[in-house]
Write a protein that binds this ligand. Structure first.
Ligand code: PSV
Ligand code: MN
Length: 388
């Protein structure tokens, strides 16, 4: 039996994608960071831009914060401000990679005083979460070494476990720690949390409130990411995604731009593993930078790409797939899989949006809205936000 758009459209209501505050600020490569007119000067303006994405798409109800980039004196007031704009505050990202003390590491540093400083920073992030009502603390570490012999990799794992334990023990009942992995960069020889296995080992030792964060850009070329998704869901430890696209390294490009089929395959496993819909607590986040293209339209395109692949994945005819698999029909199963991937759902999604009072084409609606012209006129003076 073929699955129709109408039969799956109600499931799309559950789709919520968290956008990162830093996507609205300036970013670039180590060669140049280009500024752009209208870029937010502070977290309030970032939230206003994120709220615009949500208003036009209905897909992005929360914004992730990054401390200290988004530091304010009163986070409860920031939460109220976000609410007034129609969005909520989400994951709090800690940052132990931009202070001189962290040159040789943070939670894994050989010096207990530096480890303590990095732990304290994360504890402060949990204080922030208490005020914003955020559920997740996301930890990504730049820790690692550049040369064989430089660091005691084994000792650093033990120090990491100890540091994470102190942070974990401070979490409230409804809070979680998500530990992100990345195979290289900025360290080039070894990284202290390079892969899902290492992250899984640590979060499993910590307890049920610790989960793995999977950033799609943080794998070696050719890695079967959907296998990792399947395995982490199977093990009950997939906490969140950082969605983006990569051609080469951690490119942080628009999700679904480089390899839409990979995004489809990932979403299929998310749905298969219970990571989507009512009862699921997997956070779908973007972790992207818009260096050249418009930032707000870049975010709109991103959430639409996720929606499109979710719709296609929901269209997968599971009965036909199961029948082909059971019969050992290799090509038949592959064809059923590809039939869903190649289904063009854009017109159906446009109608679905209109039925909900949303613009059929949010990218064009943004261009016609005058918002960009308004922020370019208003946001003059001050310094534009970036990774600082
Ligand atoms: C660095 O690779 C990174 O993109 C990580 O993925 C974090 O999630 C993000 O920066 C913000 O800290
Ligand atoms: Mn990330």
């Amino acid at each position: 039996m073929t699955t129709t758009f109408d039969s799956i459209s109600h499931q799309l209501e559950a789709l919520a994608i968290e956008v990162p505050s830093w996507a609205y600020g300036n970013s670039g490569t180590r060669f140049k960071v280009f500024g752009s007119a209208g870029t937010p000067r502070d977290v309030h303006e970032k939230i206003a831009d994120a709220a615009t994405v949500h208003r036009l798409t209905g897909l992005a109800p929360t914004v992730a914060l990054h401390i200290p980039w988004d530091d304010v004196d009163d986070f409860a007031a920031l939460g109220t401000y976000a609410k007034e704009h129609g969005v909520g505050l989400g994951t709090v990202n800690s940052n132990t990679f931009q202070d001189d003390d962290y040159r040789l590491g943070s939670l894994t540093h050989a010096d207990p005083a530096v480890r303590r400083k990095a732990v304290e920073h994360n504890l402060r992030c949990i204080d922030v979460m208490d005020q914003t009502g955020s559920r997740d603390l996301k930890i990504w570490l730049a820790d690692g070494s550049n040369y064989p012999g430089q660091a005691d990799m084994r000792a650093r794992q033990d120090w990491l476990a100890e540091s994470l334990r102190t942070i974990y023990d401070r979490l409230g009942d409804d809070q979680r720690l998500v530990l992100e992995y990345k195979f290289f960069e900025p360290a080039f020889y070894h990284t202290d949390v390079p892969d899902w296995g290492t992250s899984y080992a640590h979060v499993s030792a910590l307890g049920p409130k610790a989960m793995v964060c999977l950033d799609t850009g943080h794998h070696a070329p050719g890695t079967n990411i959907e296998f990792i998704v399947m395995q982490l869901l199977r093990l009950g430890r997939l906490g969140s995604f950082d969605f983006n696209s990569r051609f080469y390294a951690d490119d942080d490009l628009i999700v679904g731009a480089a390899d839409p089929f990979q995004l489809f395959r990932i979403v299929v496993e998310v749905i298969r593993g219970g990571g989507f819909g009512p009862g699921s607590d997997v956070a779908l986040m973007l972790d992207q930078c818009h260096n050249i293209e418009g930032k707000i339209p870049g975010q709109i395109r991103s959430v639409l790409n996720v929606q499109e692949m979710t719709a296609r994945a929901l269209l997968l005819d599971l009965d036909a797939l199961d029948a082909a698999r059971t019969a050992g029909d290799v090509l038949g199963a592959h064809e059923v899989f590809n039939d869903a991937f190649y289904t063009d759902v854009r017109a159906d999604l446009a109608a679905w949006r209109e039925g909900r009072g949303l613009p059929a084409d949010p990218v064009r609606a943004y261009a016609a809205s005058g918002y960009q012209q308004q922020i370019e006129a208003d946001r003059v003076g001050g310094s534009q936000s970036g990774w600082n």
